[in-house]
Design a protein around this ligand. Structure first.
Ligand SMILES: *Cc1c(COP(=O)(O)O)cnc(C)c1O
Length: 414
């Protein structure tokens, strides 16, 4: 059963009525369920039982310290893409020894910070990055642990903005260049070759492309072993999709089954980098209806959350279920649910059949991933509060931003 369900006619997060959260902390407000985070993590752990595997949560999906801390306590590793994310992981009690560092543009400062923290591995995405890393590690008197992120040229059949494993992608090193790059890495004095990785896209529903990518990566592992370059791990990335509407997303076990079959009998440690599938359905965005506008052509519900709080509808035309927190009788209209931001693209949902009154609370579902993490201060709007529910307990895990904080770093001309 979902952790977000109607009890006594009102929507709850675990044992907490969402109306109580709105009354205490205001709206818009992100609400996360600790139980849902733990369950999503357990699904991976169970699917990987009996294997040497580390689930490295992709921090960019939701980087709140409380979320990171829940996963750290469950023994997760972390996939980071910036020095800022590394700092968050360390602050949240994450184990640097289980951190992998991805991304195409690592700066020297970020490399130094990661080397000093003692991360498990850098996922290197170009020859130029390899040289920079060797130089930075040498200057620190350290050796940098590396894997190449290879681009297996597999079509993940997802939205083009979140498809990352095609030849035309900016991510990873081309498949054909992987072997020469490993030979090059072997010659550099301040590097340790640890493994190999790939990540082919996001919101993937078909398990076949991931298995195909794993097969291509394995062929490289074997070719490298034949040249005397043994690898300790294979990182198959993240990308498993979730249900936003009627996708019928596979479970972790179903999604991983074909990949695990391809990897059967292998001794290398397995790394995974799931983001969305660990947090997406563990969070919702709570918002209040400010005004209803009934027009000749359209009905609008203007709510207090906007594209700066949840960018996915405006950015990807993504669909999020929108549920009334306290459903009531009354005339049902098809509403466009829109925010106060001055952009026509500022919507959370189109044509939703709802019975609404001004002042009603709405829950925008499946907002735990790429929600708060992609939020902005556009229109000088303070970022939302974030709350984590744990049974009947309510924890404010990020207070709402104060207006003055938004321009505290700015100075007018003298
Ligand atoms: C974004 C990203 C992930 C996580 O992707 P999800 O679709 O959220 O699982 C994992 N690895 C890398 C390198 C990424 O860029």
């Amino acid at each position: 059963m979902s952790v977000f369900a109607l009890k006594n006619g009102v929507l709850h997060a675990e044992d907490v009525a969402l109306g109580d959260i709105a009354a205490r902390f205001g709206t818009p407000c992100y609400v996360y369920s600790r139980a849902a985070l733990s369950r999503a993590f357990a699904a991976y752990r169970d699917a990987l039982a009996g294997r040497d595997a580390t689930v490295c949560y992709a921090v960019k999906a939701n980087s709140n310290l409380a979320v990171l801390n829940v996963f750290a306590r469950l023994g997760a590793g972390f996939d980071i893409v910036s020095g800022g994310e590394l700092a968050r992981v360390l602050k949240a009690g994450g184990d640097a020894g289980k951190v992998v560092f991805s991304g195409v543009g690592k700066s020297r400062d970020e490399m130094r910070a990661a080397l000093e923290a003692g991360i498990y591995c850098f996922n290197v995405e170009s020859a130029a990055e390899l040289e920079r890393l060797d130089e930075v590690a040498g200057a620190l008197g350290k050796r940098a642990p590396i894997a190449f992120r290879v681009n297996p040229d597999v079509d993940p059949k997802t939205h083009p903005y979140i498809s990352t494993g095609l030849k035309t992608s900016k991510f990873g090193v081309p498949y054909a260049e992987a072997l020469p790059l490993y030979r090059c890495a072997r010659e550099l004095p301040h590097l340790d070759i640890r493994g190999i990785g790939c990540h082919i896209g996001s919101q993937l529903l078909d398990p076949a492309p991931a298995a195909e990518a794993a097969g291509k990566v394995l062929a490289l592992v074997d070719a490298l072993a034949a040249e005397g370059i043994p690898l300790a791990h294979i990182d198959i990335g993240g990308g498993m999709g979730i249900d936003y509407r009627d996708e019928h997303a596979p479970s972790a076990a179903e999604y991983l089954a074909p990949t695990l079959q391809v990897l059967a009998g292998r001794r290398e440690r397995l790394l995974l980098e799931p983001g969305r599938s660990l947090v997406g359905n563990a969070g919702l965005l709570l918002t209040r209806v400010e005004f209803l506008k009934h027009g000749a052509e359209k009905n609008f519900a203007v709510v207090d959350a906007a594209m700066n709080d949840l960018a996915r509808p405006a950015l990807y035309d993504a669909w999020h279920d929108i549920q009334p927190v306290a459903p009531h009788d009354g005339a049902i209209h098809a509403y466009d649910i829109v925010g106060p931001v001055c952009e026509s693209g500022d919507f959370l949902g189109h044509g939703r059949e709802l019975s609404l009154r001004a002042g009603d609370l709405l829950a925008v579902m499946s907002a735990g991933a790429y929600g708060m993490a992609m939020s902005s201060n556009y229109n000088t709007r303070p970022r939302a509060a974030e709350v984590m529910v744990d049974g009947a307990e309510i924890h404010l895990v990020r207070r709402r931003e104060a207006l003055a904080e938004l321009f505290a770093a700015e100075t007018a001309l003298p």
